[in-house]
Design a protein around this ligand. Structure first.
Ligand SMILES: NC(=O)C1=CN([C@@H]2O[C@H](COP(=O)(O)OP(=O)(O)OC[C@H]3O[C@@H](n4cnc5c(N)ncnc54)[C@H](OP(=O)(O)O)[C@@H]3O)[C@@H](O)[C@H]2O)C=CC1
Ligand SMILES: Nc1nc(O)c(N)c(N[C@@H]2O[C@H](COP(=O)(O)O)[C@@H](O)[C@H]2O)n1
Length: 234
């Protein structure tokens, strides 16, 4: 495969929302699910989010358990996976937690549309990868990440990036925690936003691999089936 093995993990309410209409981070997972997410991070080469999530949540995307960080180091890895932001216009704030918390490499993926001065400033904090002219070209980005040694890529949102990655045929697996709450609101982000489809024929098909009760909710794990809709090699 010319790209990393890629999976999306998310937490949503029973009505499919990943945040409220304020679009700020909301705790949906319970203790067990956060442990599951931490293990997913610890066993990934990289964790990726969109700039919308960085601006909304200011995540650090670090591995929280000391034991897991030690395990990574014993395996010859950095304590944390490579942290990646998809950010065509280089808007990632220089004081973002992703740059300032935890040890490990960071990559900001910009496009050719990013202002030069902002790119230069980001280069003080992270590696900068250029892919695409307007928006980031996600397929090109994935090929380059693989070339840089990333074999297993975890995508942690948000709604726009989740959709774009799936739509581009770049996702192998999806896991989603569905919590016991309803958020509502048409302005609240859902698990997948973006443009969406017009007809059922265009839907991206999934095969259910696993379901497990967790905290007061459930985790569903799906395999993405692209059929002949689009290439999966990126
Ligand atoms: N419950 C959960 O598990 C999670 C919830 N969230 C929530 O999600 C929300 C944020 O989601 P959202 O606003 O959709 O932002 P995203 O994090 O999905 O970032 C989207 C942005 O990525 C940039 N981008 C660059 N290239 C591309 C491309 N080719 N395709 C798509 N996007 C691209 C665009 O900005 P630009 O054009 O500037 O580059 C775009 O607006 C927040 O409310 C956050 O709290 C987030 C993660 C997990
Ligand atoms: N798995 C999961 N459950 C929730 O309830 C959440 N709100 C999220 N949010 C994601 O985690 C990021 C924060 O990570 P750090 O704690 O800063 O390491 C946040 O940006 C979302 O991507 N995830």
């Amino acid at each position: 495969m010319e790209r990393p093995y890629t999976f999306i993990n998310s937490a949503m309410s029973a009505d499919g929302k990943i945040s409220t209409k304020k679009r700020k981070q909301v705790k949906i997972s319970g203790r067990m699910d956060f442990e599951r997410v931490d293990e997913l991070r610890a066993t990934s080469d990289a964790v990726m989010v969109g700039i919308g999530t960085v601006l909304a949540d200011d995540p650090s995307l670090t591995v929280k358990s000391e034991e897991r960080r030690k395990r990574r180091v014993a395996q010859g890895k950095d304590e944390n996976p490579v942290r990646i932001v998809v950010d065509s216009k280089a808007r990632t704030p220089l004081n973002a937690d992703i740059f300032n918390k935890g040890v490990g490499k960071r990559i900001v993926v910009v496009s050719k549309a990013a202002p030069e001065d902002k790119v230069k400033a980001l280069m003080e904090k992270a590696e900068v990868l250029v892919a695409g002219d307007g928006e980031v070209d996600l397929a090109e980005m994935c090929r380059e990440l693989k070339r840089r040694g990333i074999e297993r890529l975890m995508v942690e949102g948000g709604a726009t990036l989740n959709w774009a990655m799936v739509r581009a045929g770049l996702v192998d697996e999806i896991s989603v925690f569905i919590g016991n709450l309803i958020i509502g609101g048409k302005e609240a982000p859902t698990f997948m936003d973006g443009e969406g489809i017009s007809d059922r024929d265009e839907a991206i098909k999934l095969e259910l691999m696993k379901f497990e009760r967790m905290d007061e909710g459930i985790v569903l794990t799906w395999r993405v089936i692209y059929n002949n809709l689009m290439p999966t090699s990126g």
